[in-house]
Design a protein around this ligand. Sequence first.
Ligand code: XMP
Length: 522
Amino acid sequence: MTKPRNELSSVGESILIIDFGSQYSQLIARRVREAKVYCEIVPHDVSREKIAYLAPSGVILSGGPASVYQKDAPMCPSWVYEMDIPMLGICYGLQVLAHQLGGSVVPSDRKEYGHALLHQIEGSHPLFKGLESSIDVWMSHGDQVEQIPEGFHPIAYTENSPVAVIGDNKGKIGLQFHPEVIHTPDGKTIIENFLYSICNLSGTWTPKSFIEDSIARIKSQVGESKVICGISGGVDSSVTAALINHAIGDQLTCIFVNNGLLRQGEPEEVVNTLKSNMGINLVYSDATDQFINKLSGITDPEQKRKIIGNEFIEVFEKESAQLGTVEFLAQGTLYPDVIESKSDVSKESVTIKTHHNVGGLPEDMKFSLVEPLRYLFKDEVRDVGLELGLPENMVHRQPFPGPGLAIRIMGEVTHDKLDILKSCDNIVMEEIYSHNLYRDLWQSFAVLTDTKTVGVMGDFRTYGNMVAIRAVTSEDAMTADWARIPYDILAKISSRIVNEVESVNRVVYDITSKPPGTIEWE
Ligand code: XMP
């Protein structure tokens, strides 16, 4: 289904990160990007041709779990050394440098995990420009460099690592510690020094320059052809659409399927922003009844998901068939997905990802992919969205699941239950917004349980629905903690729901973290 990416000859200033399987490789990339330098993470066995479109000014070798003296330990390809550009080896990366350039690496007698105090030997190495002569660093290694390769000299040491930093006079440097983690407080400066002082980069990679490059790239990839893009209302698909629209205008058509499972006012807001404010060619397909009818009588969460996914495909195919010949499909794939799908992740997590994609479309839809965000992290996507003029509330929108409110209604989904949940959810969001909590929370929403409880209102006994409030903090949805929302805000939400939403007479707050709970209730 996928054609190769249409690369331009070069992307401007860049750094190549050779990945040896460190859990921190993405973090290294984040730090480099924060310093406004574009970088890509590639596997350690990448060929030179594969990255021909990059003209890197420097290479970073990541850490990794192997030992260089083991059989089949991953090494840095020889073409990297032949480029003769600055290199920064981090932890295992240092050991690779030392091992491949003629030094030796051995198991340490005193393994080092955690904090260490690093002392510079020479006072003025450019890597440590602006820093004290002794700094706090974070270590995590069981091997150490015993013999320094020829042409290298020691630059710094710690109590347990006599060779903690080495370098030659051609910009090759090895660090035994991890500058990318927050536990190395001066790590940001060290990485900036490598980029600016050793690789002589100037840090020109900004949302604006990214947009300019992407526009040129999209134009050259799609030429005069038509592109379609499924819109969910979320950040990734909206920014993808806005970016492609900037590049090729009317050649892009976005399809927004309203499955009836969106929150109050959401379909109108999406249409308004994309169509009226951004002038994007938008096909709006209100398939609410089709979805709700198909969900009739269905109570199993996974079955709900399946039905919603299938219906989406059906509506999307029907709408796209009316657009004539379309060669390209735009998708809001992000860099972490690209990196994860290349690495050795479990089958299960791959399935979860595809499931979470907007409209996992069938293989027999013959499109080439346009994925302008495939090298960006989420916060970079947000910056690009703002630069493109998308409204703040769309760019910083909390994640919302593809199956929408269907998995926040326990049991069968009906029009009536949807109306109840939308009203409750709207109250939750109004209060979260007005108390400035929205950006602090990963997600916050209401759940309509299938429990009815007894209450008393005025002089009357009631028998009504119980609604749960779920609000969590999280970094990546893999783990989450229930948010400590102040009691008076919870009280306000509760009293507003019971007073304003007929048929709800009880509100509870979910105080389960993930694990063992999940964020959604279904
Ligand atoms: P859980 O409930 O598994 O959710 O802790 C983790 C994150 O994924 C979202 N989620 C989904 N997103 N389709 C989606 O597009 C789904 O079926 C789905 N299920 C959960 C959830 O909102 C949270 O952000």
